[in-house]
Write a protein that binds this ligand. Sequence first.
Ligand SMILES: *Cc1c(COP(=O)(O)O)cnc(C)c1O
Length: 419
Amino acid sequence: MKLDSIRAAEAKLLLNTYERSPLLFVRGEGVHLIDENGDRYLDLLSGIGVNALGYGHPAVVDTIAEQSKKLVHISNLFFHEGQAELALRLTEKSGMDRAFFCNSGTEAMEAALKLARAHAGKKRCEGKALGTKILALEHSFHGRTMGSVAATHKEKYREPFAPVMPGVEFVRFDDVTDLKAKFSNEVCAILLEAIQGEGGIRPVSQQFIQAARELTQSTGALLIVDEIQAGLARTGKWFAYQHYRIQPDVITIAKPLAGGLPLGAMLCREEAAQAIHPGMHGTTFGGGPLACAVAIAVIDAIEKEHLLDHINKVGSHFRQQLESLKQKHSAITAVRGLGLMLAIEIDSADLAKTALGEMTKRRILINRTSETVLRFLPPYVIQKQHVDEAIAALDETFTEHSPAYAGEHAHTQGGTKIG
Ligand SMILES: *Cc1c(COP(=O)(O)O)cnc(C)c1O
């Protein structure tokens, strides 16, 4: 098997950053991935929310072919046809005014953090008292570079690299009282995910996001919403914050933006944008002609194929089916999420891990975040029959490995360790 030799070579040659699943995928078709043996897997993870149109979608494939013949890279020293056109689509959908393009989620966050600091600096020059502190939430995930990792809650991501960017304080998740206690005019931005992704698919409440909006408005600080995982149609609206009655000052997007090519963006309102002048921030690769052309094609496909409607329909079917599973299996303690950003909470980390393995055996790809949460981030083009296939596999898994069943079948492997 090719997998074994690649695995051995990687163990020797790559920085030891990932614990990969022992699978070698060689191509994809629609919502399926095909491994080196020709086995087909139903992909409910889409490269962590990136492959929004699945695999081999003509909007992605044909646009890459056509644009790559014309121009792949030009640098930000020159104009090209894509950035303003993509910015127009994104600002229209978000109610923002301006875009900055980069290559990844964490870079979009860096742009947002730098904007927040520059904006506060500008306000100070105008005589306003505004500090440099940033409030982020417990269980947040914003990326791995020194700025965004400083705003990422998990200590094991930050601590080995100390000192990361100073000035971040964490607020208890969805706790308005804690937010109010920690807010002051020392704060230049509140940073949050409307639905926490890596933190376990947890939506914040209307009350919390509204408090964050009102507090920042009262001092001139910025409200930054990280839409890197939840944004761009995944939750059944263009942006997750649109499920709430607020408008942020800044949003960051990335994962599904260019259908699998690396592209990120920070979108902001005019007032905040005024803090940035030529030379203050930039990137060599960000917003290149190829990535922009594909992103435009992805957005057009979402519209032409009415995928927002589709996500709402398939997503609510998926959610209902997960709710029924929860009724049936006591090991499932909660169902969370919106659209095609869904999760179930499992009452033990061991069982969650076992279930993940069982699903992989059944050739269905999902993943686990924060130990006890099984997450579903399927491609937007997933159909009802794929959802039903996944639900049947989950049902089987939890029947075989549920605590009640383990009593009767104590000899079966995995069944005994739960309880
Ligand atoms: C993935 C993710 C990031 C980081 O994106 P990268 O492209 O991996 O740098 C930031 N915020 C959220 C909410 C994410 O899900």
